[in-house]
Write a protein that binds this ligand. Structure first.
Ligand code: PDD
Length: 287
Protein backbone atom coordinates (compact mmCIF):
# COMPACT_ATOMS: atom_id res chain seq x y z
CA UNK A 1 0.00 0.00 0.00
CA UNK A 2 1.32 3.41 -0.96
CA UNK A 3 2.02 5.83 1.87
CA UNK A 4 0.65 9.32 2.10
CA UNK A 5 3.50 11.78 2.55
CA UNK A 6 3.57 15.52 3.14
CA UNK A 7 5.44 17.89 0.79
CA UNK A 8 5.25 21.67 1.07
CA UNK A 9 1.69 21.92 2.35
CA UNK A 10 0.20 18.95 0.50
CA UNK A 11 -0.64 15.37 1.41
CA UNK A 12 0.18 13.13 -1.55
CA UNK A 13 0.72 9.46 -2.42
CA UNK A 14 4.44 8.77 -2.08
CA UNK A 15 4.89 7.98 -5.77
CA UNK A 16 3.54 11.39 -6.78
CA UNK A 17 5.50 13.51 -4.31
CA UNK A 18 8.24 15.68 -5.82
CA UNK A 19 11.10 17.93 -4.72
CA UNK A 20 13.16 20.08 -7.11
CA UNK A 21 16.57 18.82 -8.28
CA UNK A 22 17.85 22.29 -7.29
CA UNK A 23 16.87 21.73 -3.67
CA UNK A 24 19.81 22.58 -1.42
CA UNK A 25 19.05 19.54 0.70
CA UNK A 26 19.80 17.38 -2.35
CA UNK A 27 22.76 19.41 -3.69
CA UNK A 28 24.46 20.47 -0.44
CA UNK A 29 22.92 18.59 2.49
CA UNK A 30 21.67 22.05 3.50
CA UNK A 31 18.85 20.91 5.71
CA UNK A 32 17.87 19.49 9.06
CA UNK A 33 15.66 16.64 10.18
CA UNK A 34 13.89 15.10 13.15
CA UNK A 35 12.64 11.61 13.87
CA UNK A 36 9.68 11.33 16.23
CA UNK A 37 8.52 7.95 17.42
CA UNK A 38 4.92 6.79 17.40
CA UNK A 39 3.76 4.20 19.92
CA UNK A 40 0.08 3.12 20.08
CA UNK A 41 -0.65 5.81 17.46
CA UNK A 42 0.73 8.57 19.72
CA UNK A 43 3.79 10.82 19.48
CA UNK A 44 6.67 10.42 21.92
CA UNK A 45 8.35 13.63 23.12
CA UNK A 46 6.91 15.81 20.35
CA UNK A 47 7.84 19.04 22.14
CA UNK A 48 11.46 17.95 22.65
CA UNK A 49 11.81 17.25 18.92
CA UNK A 50 10.09 20.52 18.01
CA UNK A 51 12.44 22.49 20.31
CA UNK A 52 15.51 20.85 18.76
CA UNK A 53 14.17 21.47 15.25
CA UNK A 54 13.82 25.16 16.06
CA UNK A 55 17.35 25.23 17.44
CA UNK A 56 18.85 23.41 14.42
CA UNK A 57 17.07 25.76 12.01
CA UNK A 58 18.13 28.80 14.05
CA UNK A 59 21.80 27.73 14.05
CA UNK A 60 21.71 27.48 10.23
CA UNK A 61 19.63 30.61 9.68
CA UNK A 62 16.76 28.74 8.04
CA UNK A 63 13.30 30.12 8.81
CA UNK A 64 11.01 27.70 10.64
CA UNK A 65 8.21 27.43 8.10
CA UNK A 66 5.47 26.36 10.55
CA UNK A 67 4.30 27.10 14.07
CA UNK A 68 4.42 24.35 16.71
CA UNK A 69 0.69 23.61 16.46
CA UNK A 70 0.85 23.28 12.67
CA UNK A 71 3.79 20.87 12.95
CA UNK A 72 1.77 18.86 15.47
CA UNK A 73 -1.29 18.86 13.21
CA UNK A 74 0.78 17.58 10.25
CA UNK A 75 2.33 14.81 12.39
CA UNK A 76 -1.11 13.74 13.59
CA UNK A 77 -2.67 13.91 10.14
CA UNK A 78 0.12 11.75 8.66
CA UNK A 79 -0.18 9.27 11.52
CA UNK A 80 -3.93 9.02 10.96
CA UNK A 81 -3.84 8.89 7.14
CA UNK A 82 -1.27 6.07 7.24
CA UNK A 83 -2.86 4.24 10.18
CA UNK A 84 0.55 4.26 11.89
CA UNK A 85 0.43 2.39 15.21
CA UNK A 86 4.14 1.79 15.89
CA UNK A 87 6.93 3.44 13.97
CA UNK A 88 8.28 6.88 13.28
CA UNK A 89 7.55 10.16 11.58
CA UNK A 90 10.51 11.64 9.71
CA UNK A 91 10.57 15.34 8.96
CA UNK A 92 13.05 17.33 6.92
CA UNK A 93 13.37 21.06 6.32
CA UNK A 94 15.87 22.36 3.78
CA UNK A 95 16.89 25.86 2.73
CA UNK A 96 14.79 25.33 -0.39
CA UNK A 97 15.32 25.30 -4.12
CA UNK A 98 16.68 28.48 -5.71
CA UNK A 99 17.08 28.61 -9.50
CA UNK A 100 20.78 27.75 -9.72
CA UNK A 101 23.38 25.86 -7.72
CA UNK A 102 25.32 28.42 -5.68
CA UNK A 103 27.36 28.25 -2.47
CA UNK A 104 25.84 31.55 -1.40
CA UNK A 105 22.57 31.11 0.52
CA UNK A 106 19.50 32.17 -1.47
CA UNK A 107 17.43 35.14 -0.33
CA UNK A 108 14.98 33.75 2.25
CA UNK A 109 12.39 36.28 1.04
CA UNK A 110 12.19 34.59 -2.35
CA UNK A 111 13.24 30.98 -1.60
CA UNK A 112 10.88 29.10 0.69
CA UNK A 113 12.22 26.26 2.85
CA UNK A 114 11.26 22.80 1.59
CA UNK A 115 9.25 20.70 4.05
CA UNK A 116 8.92 16.92 3.72
CA UNK A 117 7.42 14.44 6.18
CA UNK A 118 6.78 10.72 5.89
CA UNK A 119 5.98 7.77 8.13
CA UNK A 120 7.82 4.48 8.60
CA UNK A 121 6.03 1.59 10.25
CA UNK A 122 7.84 -0.72 12.68
CA UNK A 123 5.55 -3.13 14.53
CA UNK A 124 8.55 -4.58 16.48
CA UNK A 125 9.48 -1.21 17.95
CA UNK A 126 8.52 -1.87 21.56
CA UNK A 127 8.96 -5.63 21.77
CA UNK A 128 12.26 -5.55 19.92
CA UNK A 129 14.11 -8.85 19.39
CA UNK A 130 17.35 -6.81 19.17
CA UNK A 131 16.78 -5.31 22.61
CA UNK A 132 16.31 -8.78 24.12
CA UNK A 133 19.67 -9.93 22.73
CA UNK A 134 21.57 -6.67 22.89
CA UNK A 135 23.74 -5.28 20.11
CA UNK A 136 27.44 -5.38 19.31
CA UNK A 137 29.39 -2.25 18.43
CA UNK A 138 32.77 -1.58 16.91
CA UNK A 139 34.64 1.69 17.39
CA UNK A 140 35.79 3.99 14.60
CA UNK A 141 37.41 7.43 14.42
CA UNK A 142 34.92 10.27 14.57
CA UNK A 143 35.53 12.00 11.24
CA UNK A 144 32.38 14.17 11.22
CA UNK A 145 32.29 17.97 11.13
CA UNK A 146 32.40 20.09 14.30
CA UNK A 147 28.71 21.00 14.65
CA UNK A 148 27.20 17.65 15.53
CA UNK A 149 24.76 19.44 17.83
CA UNK A 150 22.85 20.52 14.71
CA UNK A 151 20.72 17.69 13.34
CA UNK A 152 21.68 18.10 9.69
CA UNK A 153 21.02 15.64 6.89
CA UNK A 154 24.78 15.18 6.28
CA UNK A 155 24.71 11.52 7.23
CA UNK A 156 27.31 10.02 4.90
CA UNK A 157 29.96 9.30 7.54
CA UNK A 158 27.47 7.81 10.04
CA UNK A 159 26.13 5.69 7.19
CA UNK A 160 29.67 4.55 6.31
CA UNK A 161 30.23 3.77 9.99
CA UNK A 162 27.15 1.56 10.06
CA UNK A 163 28.45 -0.28 6.98
CA UNK A 164 31.89 -0.77 8.62
CA UNK A 165 30.07 -2.29 11.61
CA UNK A 166 28.02 -4.66 9.47
CA UNK A 167 31.13 -5.73 7.56
CA UNK A 168 32.82 -6.51 10.89
CA UNK A 169 29.86 -8.66 11.98
CA UNK A 170 28.59 -6.03 14.46
CA UNK A 171 25.41 -3.96 14.55
CA UNK A 172 26.66 -0.41 14.94
CA UNK A 173 29.70 1.79 15.48
CA UNK A 174 30.65 4.11 18.34
CA UNK A 175 32.81 7.02 17.27
CA UNK A 176 35.99 8.01 19.08
CA UNK A 177 37.73 11.37 19.29
CA UNK A 178 40.95 11.95 21.25
CA UNK A 179 40.59 8.53 22.87
CA UNK A 180 37.03 9.17 24.14
CA UNK A 181 33.71 7.97 22.77
CA UNK A 182 31.56 10.75 21.32
CA UNK A 183 28.39 8.87 20.32
CA UNK A 184 27.00 6.16 18.08
CA UNK A 185 26.34 6.63 14.35
CA UNK A 186 22.71 7.50 15.09
CA UNK A 187 22.45 7.35 18.87
CA UNK A 188 23.97 8.51 22.14
CA UNK A 189 26.41 6.20 23.95
CA UNK A 190 26.54 5.19 27.63
CA UNK A 191 28.52 2.86 29.85
CA UNK A 192 27.74 1.67 33.36
CA UNK A 193 30.49 1.06 35.93
CA UNK A 194 29.85 0.17 39.57
CA UNK A 195 26.20 1.21 39.20
CA UNK A 196 27.05 4.63 37.75
CA UNK A 197 25.73 5.65 34.33
CA UNK A 198 28.39 7.53 32.36
CA UNK A 199 27.70 9.48 29.16
CA UNK A 200 29.49 12.32 27.39
CA UNK A 201 28.38 15.83 28.45
CA UNK A 202 26.48 18.01 25.98
CA UNK A 203 28.62 20.11 23.61
CA UNK A 204 29.02 20.62 19.87
CA UNK A 205 30.68 17.18 19.76
CA UNK A 206 27.40 15.26 19.99
CA UNK A 207 23.75 15.50 19.11
CA UNK A 208 21.70 16.55 22.12
CA UNK A 209 19.48 13.48 22.11
CA UNK A 210 15.87 13.92 23.10
CA UNK A 211 15.85 10.32 24.34
CA UNK A 212 19.08 11.04 26.24
CA UNK A 213 17.42 13.90 28.15
CA UNK A 214 14.43 11.73 29.07
CA UNK A 215 16.51 8.70 30.04
CA UNK A 216 18.87 10.71 32.27
CA UNK A 217 15.84 12.30 33.96
CA UNK A 218 14.25 8.88 34.58
CA UNK A 219 17.57 7.45 35.81
CA UNK A 220 17.99 10.25 38.36
CA UNK A 221 14.37 9.84 39.48
CA UNK A 222 15.09 6.13 40.02
CA UNK A 223 18.14 7.07 42.17
CA UNK A 224 20.61 5.76 39.61
CA UNK A 225 23.75 7.95 39.75
CA UNK A 226 24.59 9.71 36.47
CA UNK A 227 27.96 11.17 35.42
CA UNK A 228 27.93 13.42 32.37
CA UNK A 229 31.58 13.23 31.30
CA UNK A 230 33.76 11.84 28.55
CA UNK A 231 34.79 8.21 28.87
CA UNK A 232 37.73 6.48 27.20
CA UNK A 233 37.69 3.48 24.94
CA UNK A 234 39.47 1.49 27.68
CA UNK A 235 36.74 2.40 30.18
CA UNK A 236 34.12 1.34 27.65
CA UNK A 237 35.73 -2.03 27.03
CA UNK A 238 35.96 -2.75 30.75
CA UNK A 239 32.47 -1.45 31.63
CA UNK A 240 29.95 -3.62 33.48
CA UNK A 241 27.20 -2.68 31.02
CA UNK A 242 26.65 -0.36 28.09
CA UNK A 243 23.72 0.93 26.10
CA UNK A 244 22.70 3.51 23.53
CA UNK A 245 19.64 5.68 23.13
CA UNK A 246 17.69 7.15 20.24
CA UNK A 247 14.12 7.98 19.35
CA UNK A 248 13.88 4.87 17.19
CA UNK A 249 15.76 2.40 19.44
CA UNK A 250 14.76 3.78 22.90
CA UNK A 251 17.30 2.24 25.31
CA UNK A 252 19.25 -0.47 23.47
CA UNK A 253 21.64 -2.66 25.49
CA UNK A 254 25.16 -3.02 24.06
CA UNK A 255 26.72 -6.40 24.87
CA UNK A 256 30.09 -6.21 23.13
CA UNK A 257 32.55 -3.49 22.12
CA UNK A 258 35.20 -4.29 19.50
CA UNK A 259 34.57 -8.00 20.02
CA UNK A 260 35.04 -7.78 23.81
CA UNK A 261 31.94 -9.03 25.66
CA UNK A 262 30.68 -6.84 28.50
CA UNK A 263 29.79 -8.75 31.67
CA UNK A 264 28.34 -12.10 30.62
CA UNK A 265 27.60 -10.85 27.10
CA UNK A 266 23.86 -10.42 27.66
CA UNK A 267 21.86 -7.20 28.27
CA UNK A 268 22.73 -5.82 31.70
CA UNK A 269 20.13 -5.36 34.47
CA UNK A 270 20.34 -1.56 34.64
CA UNK A 271 20.07 -1.06 30.88
CA UNK A 272 17.15 -3.48 30.79
CA UNK A 273 15.40 -1.66 33.64
CA UNK A 274 16.01 1.74 32.01
CA UNK A 275 14.45 0.49 28.79
CA UNK A 276 11.34 -0.62 30.69
CA UNK A 277 11.08 2.68 32.55
CA UNK A 278 11.62 4.71 29.37
CA UNK A 279 8.90 2.85 27.45
CA UNK A 280 6.45 2.98 30.36
CA UNK A 281 6.95 6.70 31.07
CA UNK A 282 7.01 7.69 27.38
CA UNK A 283 3.75 5.84 26.76
CA UNK A 284 2.15 7.73 29.65
CA UNK A 285 3.33 11.12 28.36
CA UNK A 286 2.63 10.46 24.63
CA UNK A 287 0.31 12.87 22.85
N1 PDD B 1 19.24 9.65 15.17
N2 PDD B 1 23.22 11.03 18.01
C1 PDD B 1 23.09 10.99 16.67
C2 PDD B 1 24.29 11.21 15.82
C3 PDD B 1 21.82 10.75 16.10
O1 PDD B 1 21.67 10.72 14.77
C4 PDD B 1 20.70 10.52 16.95
C5 PDD B 1 19.32 10.29 16.42
C6 PDD B 1 20.90 10.56 18.35
C7 PDD B 1 19.78 10.35 19.33
O2 PDD B 1 18.90 11.44 19.34
P1 PDD B 1 17.36 11.25 19.74
O3 PDD B 1 17.34 10.58 21.05
O4 PDD B 1 16.83 12.62 19.79
O5 PDD B 1 16.74 10.39 18.66
C8 PDD B 1 22.16 10.83 18.84
C9 PDD B 1 17.93 9.46 14.56
C10 PDD B 1 17.02 8.59 15.34
C11 PDD B 1 18.13 9.00 13.13
O6 PDD B 1 18.99 9.56 12.48
O7 PDD B 1 17.40 8.14 12.65
Amino acid sequence: MSRIVYVNGEYQPEDQAQVSIFDRGFLMADGVYEVTTVIDGKLIDFDGHFARLERSLGELGIRNPMARDTWLEVHRELQARNGLEHGLIYLQVTRGAPGDRDFVFPDPETTEPTVVLFTQSNPALVDSPKARKGIKVITIDDLRWGRRDIKTVQLLYPSMGKMMALKAGADDAWMVQDGCVTEGTSNNAYIIKNGRIITRALSNDILHGITRAAVLRFAREAQMPVEERSFTLEEARSADEAFMTSASAFVMPVVAIDGVALGDGTPGPLATRLREIYIEESRKAAI
